[in-house]
Write a protein that binds this ligand. Structure first.
Ligand code: SF4
Length: 246
């Protein structure tokens, strides 16, 4: 068994509702994908040299944020030495990593009380936003298989059901975009045909009023190449702010 970090569900961030707490218990105890579970546990034991003195979470990672959120942000999966280490989504990806990039944009638009997300005791709180992921276990090479996406959809659906005020969904990257459209269909939303194509900054309003927005994932691959700039992501979150106010 890997060493255990603190259980995020027990930390004082927004005090999850009973429904959300139940979903999170189911997520952290899930063992449905043997390949991913083995990978996460191996990383938690081997560790990165810079974190060798830390206890890694090493388990599936639940979502994080405001149970009353109107904005649901959906990423791809935990980072091996980020959320798989800290136990909180988009937390601890390192200076200049995905979490810093995302939180800076969320803070600028009032969705977060801090612009950085380094560890589970850093006092970060999300306001009117909740961050989830399409897959809850860190995958090798950041590539879950279609079967792993399908298995983990259950958790996204359950978490979404426990967030009764969501009126907009922001998908970070094409894989999250595709996963969200599959989840929307499973939730019974009328999905446009053909399915809307992913593009950074795109926004689709469904017949029932739910808004679906897309942005490039704030991975180093995108942010270090200039494909995604801080201004581009900040603009998307400003658009989210306007969208949920409609
Ligand atoms: S990826 Fe999802 S379904 Fe698979 S083991 Fe992890 S939490 Fe369970």
């Amino acid at each position: 068994m890997p060493p255990r970090a603190a259980d995020p569900a027990l930390l004082p961030h927004h005090g999850p509702t009973p429904a959300l707490a139940a979903v999170h218990r189911a997520i952290v105890s899930c063992e449905r994908c043997p390949r991913l579970r083995r990978h996460c546990q191996r990383i938690a034991i081997e560790k990165r040299a810079a974190f060798r003195d830390q206890l890694y979470w090493g388990r599936p990672v639940p979502g994080f944020g405001d149970p009353a959120a109107r904005l649901l942000v959906v990423g791809l999966a935990p980072a091996a030495h980020g959320a798989n280490r800290t136990g909180r989504v988009f937390t601890g990806d390192g200076v200049g990593g995905s979490s810093d990039f995302l939180l800076a944009a969320m803070h600028a638009s009032g969705f977060a009380n801090k612009a950085v997300s380094r560890h589970v005791s850093d006092g970060l709180e999300l306001r009117d936003a909740f961050i989830a992921a399409a897959v809850r276990c860190a995958p090798p090479d950041n590539k879950p298989t279609p079967e792993e996406f399908a298995r983990c959809q259950t958790h996204l659906l359950a978490e979404w059901d426990a967030l009764p005020n969501v009126t907009a969904v922001l998908c970070l990257g094409r894989l999250a975009w595709d996963a969200c459209w599959r989840a929307l269909a499973a939730r019974g939303h009328r999905v446009p045909r053909p399915r809307p194509l992913f593009a950074h900054g795109t926004s689709v309003r469904l017949d029932d009023g739910l808004a679906v927005l897309g942005a490039y994932h704030p991975s180093r691959q995108n942010t270090h190449t200039g494909r995604l700039t801080p201004a581009m992501l900040a603009e998307v979150f400003q658009n989210c702010r306007l969208t949920i106010a409609d």
